[in-house]
Design a binder for this molecule. Structure first.
Ligand code: 3HC
Ligand code: NAI
Length: 693
């Protein structure tokens, strides 16, 4: 086994190298290794100065997140940082890649900091519901101003080496390999050409006005605000005597480690990465150099934008010239939006749009490596398109469908090469939303699945593998829990209260507002499609149909559950109360009131029930895959980790009890999934299932 930390002597200077792939996280072996190296070098009278650098792609990218929640093994990182700072010989940190969290904290207690061009430094702990726990909140404000400290500690985004230099966080930017730079900089430190300072000895002053305005801003923001506030409290301690301030920071860090936010955000961090672990991972992805998109409507235009932003040439096929013009206009506007959001440089705009062709001529797809179909949601239309693609596309081209609900195997039946057919289900707006469901059909080849995942990476999206069923993972679960909101509304809960309760829970928007935004006509068409399949025992709420029958489809028509006014405000649509009242009378329902907590409980329980079934049937590989779908595609509050992470907090036995209570009202809708019952009986969790699979 290679040693995680090694040191080398070069005459009267020494270099310490940390080599702990993939990201040099500050795990136990690294921490012990650094202390051992310092112990050896400090007593070596030959050595006058030391440089600390990392092998591989980055300087230390933080504490080892996998160790959180386990008993800590000494030396802990704060002690390692103090040990570095107290070293009688000057130490320079050589930063490359991303010096993040505990990594930057290690650098802050070195006596000088030099970064490679292109390096980034940051304190992203708040993204994990934490705060810097190894002196970052105390040492950073000694090197930089209050505004930069607040931005880095409470915002979590990394800053460039250039900004770090300008703000005093680092001392120099250099070009060159970290190992070589380490030798050079240690010599400069020895010769006094690089200034050595003990960070804790630098006087600190905080700008009270900036602290107060940050506190006011975070106090007004839910869970994210609470995390930032806790981090700000640590910064405020920085003016105390250093050891007292460090103790305050540590106490707050330990408090944060036990918080629900940390539990959820850590799960979300690993969910984003765990979903790449698929049975087809070993297959070699096919090369994708040119992509076709069929249909340039809402989704096709967004998908084309996303592909263009990733540097791919794209040919969009539309039905008629006016649709060609519409798609061209939409994609152009999307790219202009990307420029104004800073996602695309002005200089790159022309080249990006220059890679786009929009045409009615399907023959132009003959050379495409991948074609993504995003035409109307009709099996007949899809069959027609796939039949044509089968004739036109070259051998080995991947034929993908963006269908929301339809059966990929049935779509594949239209071609002679079902092994090349796959579902690539993007989410609206496709150039913004990070989720991509990769729907694997019965005959889809492994390398086609691997290509779907590789494409997602190229598009900076999170791919989740899904099996074939009506709506795959996300839309299938959505179709189920969305019904719970209709039931609550019909039983007496005000729909605005339902929206507000779920926003309070952490959703970006309530379900009725979302319905209005995405267009009530979509669900209406889907309900009509499913009508013949609807079981007779299923409770049906007709309010949404009534709204659509009146020609109100939500935001796009200015009216849905809410009326949207020209000044940007919205009020409840008075007709909806009438539709609800009429249906209550017709069905003999006596409305009752609901508390916000009850609304959230029912909604989340319904989501958990169908999520469990999706795992039970193997549509999702693991519970964590369902969590990723909801985190990256449906705006599930990140600090709650996803529906099945949240389910573990409630506990399987409690959920079973809840469902049985609700079942007294509606035994058809509220049924206990077998898997949930098993977890309750075995006293195990979804987290345990994640580990097993
Ligand atoms: N601890 C443990 N594992 C980590 C890790 C960490 N801090 N950071 C990344 N990893 C793992 C990932 O899980 C992944 O593992 P896998 O291959 O088994 O899935 C692997 O390293 C590679 O990570 P990425 O796929 O994310 O690689 P990228 O090159 O895309 O990104 C990165 C690299 C920018 C470093 C990104 O991984 C990242 O942002 N990591 C988290 C950094 C962070 O939050 N640091 C603060 C930790 S908390 C802390 O330091 C507390 C301190 O104040 C006491
Ligand atoms: P849309 O109606 O906005 O766009 C469809 C486009 O396809 C239209 O521009 C139409 O002119 C074009 N088209 C139809 N038949 C064609 C053909 N034979 N050849 C070329 N072009 C053709 O529909 P939208 O919303 O973009 O949906 C497309 C697909 O994406 C559907 O399968 C839908 O279920 C799915 N989807 C929709 C999402 C949404 O939020 N709208 C989200 C995810 C998937």
């Amino acid at each position: 086994m290679t040693q995680v930390v090694t040191f080398e002597k070069h005459g009267d200077i020494a270099t310490i190298c940390i080599d702990n792939p993939p990201v040099n996280a500050a795990g136990h072996a690294m921490r012990q290794g650094v202390v051992d190296a310092l112990d050896a070098l400090e007593v070596d009278s030959d050595i006058k100065a030391i440089a600390l650098y990392c092998a591989g792609r980055t300087f230390v990218a933080g504490a080892d997140i996998r160790e959180f929640g386990k008993p800590s093994q000494p030396p802990v990182l704060p002690d390692v940082c103090n040990r570095i700072e107290a070293c009688s010989k000057p130490i320079v940190a050589i930063l490359h890649g991303t010096a993040l969290g505990g990594g930057l904290e290690v650098a802050l207690c070195c006596h000088a900091r030099v970064a490679q061009k292109g390096a980034k430094v940051g304190l992203p702990e708040v993204h994990l519901g934490l705060l810097p726990g190894s002196g970052g909140t105390i040492r950073l404000p000694r090197l930089t101003d209050t505004a930069t400290t607040i931005k880095m500690v409470t915002g979590g985004a990394p800053i460039s080496a250039e900004e770090a230099l300008e703000k005093g966080v680092i001392d120099r930017i250099v070009d060159g390999d970290p190992a070589q730079t380490a030798v050079e900089m240690a010599k400069e430190l020895r010769d006094g050409k690089l200034n050595a300072r003990v960070t804790r000895d630098i006087p600190v002053e905080l700008d009270a006005t900036k602290i107060a305005s940050a506190r006011a801003k975070f106090s007004a923001k839910g869970a994210g605000g609470a995390v930032a506030l806790r981090a700000l409290r640590a910064v405020e301690s920085a003016t105390k005597p250093v050891d007292e301030a460090l103790a305050d920071e540590r106490a707050l860090f330990i408090e944060a480690l036990a918080s629900e936010e940390h539990h959820g955000l850590k799960h979300a961090f690993f969910a984003e990465r765990a979903v790449a672990n698929i049975p087809e991972a070993k297959a070699t992805a096919r090369e994708i150099n040119a992509v076709g998109v069929i249909g340039g409507g809402t989704m096709g235009s967004g998908i084309a934008t996303s592909l263009l932003l990733a540097g791919l040439p794209v040919t969009v096929i539309e039905m008629a010239e006016e649709r060609v013009a519409f798609a061209t206009k939409t994609i152009t506007a999307n790219l202009q939006g990307a420029v104004s959001r800073g996602k695309l440089s002005e200089a790159a705009f022309d080249a990006t749009i220059g890679r786009l062709v929009v045409t009615t001529d399907m023959q132009t797809l003959a050379g495409a490596d991948l074609v993504i179909e995003a035409v109307f949601e009709s099996m007949e239309v899809k069959h027609d398109v796939f039949g044509k693609l089968d004739d036109i596309c070259k051998d080995g081209a991947i034929l993908a469908s963006n269908t929301s609900y339809l059966n990929i195997d049935k779509i594949a039946a239209a071609v002679k090469r079902p092994q090349d057919v796959i579902g690539l289900h993007f989410f609206s707006p496709a150039h913004v939303m990070r989720l991509l469901e990769v729907v694997v059909g019965a005959e889809t080849a492994d390398d086609v699945v691997a290509t779907g995942f590789a494409l997602a990476k190229r598009l900076r999206k999170v791919a989740v593998r899904a099996g074939v069923c009506d709506g795959f993972i996300g839309n299938r679960i959505l179709a189920h829990y969305a019904r719970s909101t209709g039931y609550m509304m019909m039983d007496g809960a005000d729909y605005e209260q339902i929206d507000n309760a779920l926003v309070e829970f952490g959703a970006a928007m309530g379900p009725f507002t979302v319905g209005d935004l995405s267009g009530l006509d979509i669900g209406w068409a889907e309900r009509k499609r499913r009508a013949p399949l609807r079981p007779s025992q299923e409770r049906y709420v007709g309010v949404a149909d009534k709204i659509c029958e009146a020609g109100d489809f939500g935001r796009k028509t200015g009216k849905g559950y809410y009326v949207y006014w020209p000044d940007g405000s919205k009020t409840k649509n008075p007709n909806v109360a009438k539709y609800i009242a009429e249906e209550q009378v017709a069905k003999g329902i006596t409305p009752r009131s609901f508390t916000n907590a009850e609304i959230v409980d029912r909604y989340i329980t319904a989501m958990i029930v169908e999520s469990t079934r999706v795992v039970e049937e193997g549509i999702a590989l693991r519970p964590i895959d369902v969590d990723a779908v909801f985190l990256f595609g449906y705006g599930f509050p990140r600090h709650r980790g996803g529906p099945l992470c949240y389910a573990d907090r409630i506990g399987a036995a409690n959920l079973v009890e809840r469902i049985k209570t609700y079942a007294h009202e509606d035994p058809f809708y509220w049924q206990v999934p077998k898997l949930l019952q098993k977890l309750a009986d075995d006293n195990t969790t979804f987290a345990d299932l994640n580990k097993e699979r």
